[in-house]
Design a protein around this ligand. Structure first.
Ligand SMILES: Cc1ncc(COP(=O)(O)O)c(C=O)c1O
Length: 1011
């Protein structure tokens, strides 16, 4: 058979190609691969020529009218025909046509389904629709089951669907559809694709390019209909299998609207049409199932549609408003009229607390300007009644992101680092409890509720008002004295300026200073009585439109009442102006971080992030004990080591208590760099030598001497190169290096490289000062040298008269779980230990600890003094950090959580070919990504993709190693089970995406043909 059609292709189209059969519902299609790739379509024997003519002409029309839309070109035959009638092997006449094969994977097979991709699907469908709207063909007028306008045929078949609840649901969908059918019939009919499903959209994307639609195919279901049907059908497929279907829907619709603007009426039709299309689909499969009872696929294929239709958390109630807001259209027809009336009447409304509010002080509770609450995860918000005289009135901003909304009801996802509803949708008016609350305009009571059970809500009243044009709107008053609940009844009339409630007291308002939360609401449609007073920052388009700034009703200017969070774009520009280009930012979309708590951070909108990267906040961000100690010392005095203070000795004793006895003398400085610089001086003073041996790819700091010792920097592009006194040995990387794990002698072999370095020093007539290494090389790629390596190196260095320096900036202080310092794991005792980063938990602090003998040698030189190193403040903070590690059992936690994390990562490695190696101790972890496990080629792009995608999912990690392909996981030691789960689950998901994008076995992505 294949040979026959190959011959046809060659004879009539002049194309020589190998044919591979493709799946097709009715027709015989082949993938034709030759110089170019084509799809050869051999239609079923009874196929009408007009049907093929329709498709070919539509494709040619789209390609000429809208060259930006990617649809396949029709390859005309040698004679110039779009299609031909050719006899098959059995002699039956078949219509045959050939189209170009477009690149990309089907949407169904593609991951990730980003918001950007959903938007692009909408755009592509809009572009194609717009092009088709000028296309006419007699075959477009056809009756068939997939024509949405004719879809009420399913009414007669509902009995085929099993389950009473399901049939009831379908009844309801059909009723909603019937209600909008007259509106649909009034809309103009145009040519529509009518089947943009997930197998008819082709997508291209790579690890470095965001996914985009690369083609729309299969016009076999074309018909004439209202264009909104085309979009609704697309949407019906795009919501399936989505974690957040509303968001996906909103992106598709916004994309379409950006190309071919929709009206409010169009948008309102989408939900009933989308559901009707899915209803047709599930009923059709029920019919098929009865026809083909042995085909399990018929039922399985309908699973996602039922899942969506039956998903209780996907509600159509707010969908109209959501989709309108996504298109920038008014959320209700009356919204523009109401807002304009309110604006016009500004200054004439009855004062809500009986006094004019203009000129009253503003008080911010924002993420940026406030430190309330201290613990943004605590179930109860602490009192915020501080500092203000209760006689004063002050105001709280509209649109202000706040961390005070801490309860689980505000969390919008499964993790602590999931988004939460942070953005205030009202204006707060703070004044004394018992202050009367007045209606700004005549009102009818809409609802009264006692919400004292919910923290800080008190009594809540919603009033209904009408503009002179008869447009209804609502105002909400929260934190009232709950006595109002016994007094006011829904339906009760309230006059303009009439007092109807009083402010609750602090006890009724969750300890807050008494205030009324005043909110404007444009529509209650689709909202049960629980109106959100705060919105998810990523949902502000919807909620901000439904509950706009109520300043006009308070007779205040809008601009003064709306909070302006720090503007990221502006800050970026200013940063570029103020700093050099090599001051880098992490992530393609940099993060602005304003608050932190333990292992979480918060951006300017209060979005939380799990910090799985920063080792400086060793005992957690914003630790209250560190804050207290710092505040206490700053209250007293802060001076230097030229004066006696018990804190200096206390800190030194605490550190040395953790170290081998020989390491007993401390020097305090301000950074890791400075500490390494000093360590170098100590080594030189003690040895009398100058030359240093150090592993490749190391990093020891940014000062002149430290850079000389850091191959990671001096050998980097534009680096200063290697100094003559620095001698590199290979880093003892037994995964990718010269000597690998299967070699039992690898520790010795790596250590033996020191012999060559010593010989090189002798050759140049130099003298050895010592050896410096990060105990576990971090920027080199979270490397764990083979056990015993360091002890063997130290022995060689010492016998050559050198001093051994352990840079424990990354590894020290319990991070490794099993070991307080990395050198313990290596069975080695250094002569000098360097500490930095975590020891100040964010306060600039570095420490060098050495032997008495080395300290004495150094003391023969000039006085050692560091103005800020060893300041009283630094000593107290440093000691506190070490005490907290002990008191809170953080080393044990690192061991426990690290074990879980490493185990999870190792299990994950079994199903992710991208993972070449998982290594680490405690919470010092590296995940080495490779394009191929045999060659161990670094998967740099994949690592960058994973890092940035995890950041989008609110997990902060980094990439390390000479090729930047090693995922670095190095969180504060406070991480808990949930944090470990979040890292594992999201990493798994993101690795899946990365593997999908690059093809599991290597680059470049292999195109998979659509069916
Ligand atoms: C191992 C190591 N040593 C020294 C330093 C330098 O510390 P600082 O940046 O505090 O000067 C760093 C910083 O990343 C480091 O990782």
């Amino acid at each position: 058979m294949v040979h026959h059609w190959q011959q046809v292709l060659s004879d009539h189209w002049g194309i020589t190609a190998a044919l591979t059969p493709l799946n097709g519902e009715y027709d015989q299609n082949f993938l034709a691969q030759g110089e170019h790739d084509y799809v050869m379509k051999i239609m079923r024997p009874d196929c009408q020529a007009s049907f093929i003519d329709l498709q070919c002409r539509a494709l040619e029309h789209i390609r000429t009218q809208a060259p930006d839309v990617h649809v396949p070109a029709v390859c005309r035959s040698i004679r110039g025909d779009m299609f031909l009638a050719v006899a098959d092997e059995g002699g039956a006449e078949r219509l045959v046509w050939v189209i170009e094969r477009l690149p990309g994977k089907t949407f169904a097979e593609f991951k990730p389904r980003t918001d950007g991709l959903m938007f692009d699907v909408g755009r592509a469908v809009g572009q194609m629709g717009l092009a088709l709207s000028g296309f006419a063909h007699p075959a477009l007028e056809r009756d068939f089951k997939w024509n949405l306008m004719q879809s009420d045929w399913i009414l007669d078949c509902l009995d085929m669907v099993e389950g009473h609840d399901r049939r009831a649901l379908l009844d309801c969908i059909v009723a909603e559809f019937s209600a909008v059918l007259p509106l649909l019939r009034d809309l103009p009919n145009v040519a529509i694709h009518n089947d943009v499903n997930d197998y008819n959209i082709l997508v291209r994307g790579s690890l470095s390019e965001p996914p985009r639609v690369s083609g729309l195919i299969d016009l076999g279901d074309m018909c004439a209909g209202p264009r909104i049907c085309d979009l609704a059908i697309t949407c019906a497929y795009m919501v399936l299998g989505q974690e957040n279907p509303e968001k996906a829907l909103q992106s598709v619709v916004a994309g379409y609207h950006s190309i071919w603007p929709l009206t409010e009426a169009d948008v309102d039709l989408l939900w009933p049409l989308l559901r009707m299309r899915l209803a047709v689909s599930v009923v059709n499969s029920a019919l098929m199932a009865s026809e083909y009872p042995d085909d399990p696929y018929v039922v399985i294929s309908q699973k996602p549609a039922w899942q969506f239709l039956e998903n209780p958390s996907v509600s159509g109630d707010l969908i109209k408003a959501r989709l309108r807001a996504a298109c920038g259209l008014p959320v209700t027809g009356a919204a523009p009229r109401i807002l304009s009336w309110l604006d016009h009447q500004r200054g004439q409304f009855a004062p809500v607390v009986g006094k004019p509010l203009d000129g009253m002080a503003m008080r911010s509770l924002s993420v940026e300007r406030s430190v309330i609450p201290r613990d943004p995860f605590a179930a109860e918000t602490e009192a915020m009644a501080d500092g203000q005289s209760s006689e004063n009135i002050w105001l709280g901003y509209y649109g202000e992101p706040r961390l005070i909304y801490t309860g689980p009801a505000f969390q919008t996802g499964p993790w602590k680092a999931s988004n939460r509803r942070t953005v205030h949708l009202g204006i707060d008016v703070f004044c004394v409890s018992g202050t009367q609350v007045f209606a700004p305009v005549p009102a009818t009571v809409h609802s009264v509720e006692n919400c004292c059970g919910r923290p800080g809500q008190g009594g809540v009243v919603v009033l209904r008002h009408e503009t002179p044009d008869g447009d209804p709107f609502f105002t909400l008053y929260g934190h009232l004295d709950p006595e109002v609940c016994g007094r006011l009844k829904a339906g009760q009339q309230i006059k303009e300026g009439e007092a109807f409630a009083r402010l609750g007291d602090a006890a009724q308002c969750g300890g807050w200073h008494p205030h009324v939360h005043f909110q404007l609401i444009l529509s209650t449609e689709g909202i049960a009585e629980h109106w959100p007073g705060a919105a998810d920052p990523d949902e502000l388009g919807l909620w901000g439109a439904l509950s706009p700034n109520p300043a006009a009703l308070l007779n205040l200017p809008d601009a003064d009442m709306v909070y302006q969070p720090a503007d990221k774009t502006k800050l970026l520009a200013e940063r570029a102006r103020c700093f050099g280009e090599n001051l880098r930012l992490s992530y393609a979309d940099p993060v602005m971080l304003l608050r932190g708590w333990r292992h979480h951070l918060f951006d300017e909108w209060g979005r939380p992030y799990l910090d799985a990267y920063n080792n400086v906040p060793h005992v957690g961000h914003a630790h209250p004990r560190i804050q207290a100690v710092a505040a206490d010392q700053l209250l007293r005095m802060n001076s230097n080591t030229r004066y006696l203070h018990p804190a200096q000795v206390a800190f030194a004793e605490k550190i040395t208590s953790k170290l081998p006895e020989s390491l007993s003398v401390c020097f305090f400085v301000n950074s890791g760099s400075e500490a390494n610089e000093l360590a170098l001086r100590l080594a030189r003073a003690a040895s009398g030598g100058r030359d240093m041996v150090t592993p490749d790819h190391g990093y020891h700091g940014n000062t002149t001497g430290a850079i000389d010792l850091s191959a990671y920097k001096f050998n980097a592009k534009g680096g200063i190169g290697q100094s003559d006194w620095v001698h590199l040995v290979e880093v003892a990387d037994d995964y990718r290096g010269r000597h690998r794990r299967e070699d039992p002698d690898r520790a010795e072999k790596y250590a033996a490289q020191v012999d060559k370095a010593l010989a090189a020093i002798a050759d140049r007539g130099g003298k050895l000062a010592g050896f410096i290494a990060e105990t576990f090389p971090s920027v080199g790629g979270q490397i764990i040298p083979p056990k015993g390596y360091l002890a063997k190196v130290y022995a060689r260095i010492r016998s050559a008269g050198g001093i051994c320096i352990a840079d424990e900036v990354q590894t020290g202080l319990g991070r490794l779980g099993d070991y307080y310092f990395g050198f313990e794991q290596q069975g080695a005792v250094p002569d000098i230990v360097v500490l930095g980063k975590p020891i100040g938990n964010g306060h600039p602090l570095g420490v060098v600890v050495t032997t008495r003998e080395i300290a004495d040698a150094f003391a023969r030189g000039p006085e050692f003094f560091s103005t800020f190193g060893g300041s009283t403040l630094s000593c107290r903070i440093g000691k506190e950090v070490l005490d907290i590690v002990d008191d809170e059992g953080l080393m044990k936690n690192a061991q426990h959580m690290g074990t879980q994390l490493l185990a999870g990562l190792r299990t994950m490695a079994e199903r992710h070919p991208l993972i070449g190696d998982v290594r680490g101790f405690g919470l010092f972890i590296g995940v080495d990504l490779v394009t191929d496990r045999n060659s161990r080629t670094p998967a740099t792009q994949a690592a960058n993709y994973v890092k940035n995608r995890l950041r989008e999912h609110r997990v902060l990690i980094g990439c390390e190693g000479p090729a930047d392909n090693i995922l670095k996981i190095r969180p504060p030691l406070t991480v808990d089970d949930q944090a470990v789960d979040m890292i594992l689950i999201l990493l798994d998901q993101v690795l899946d995406e990365a593997e999908n994008l690059c093809g599991k076995t290597g680059y470049p992505p292999t195109p998979v043909f659509n069916r």
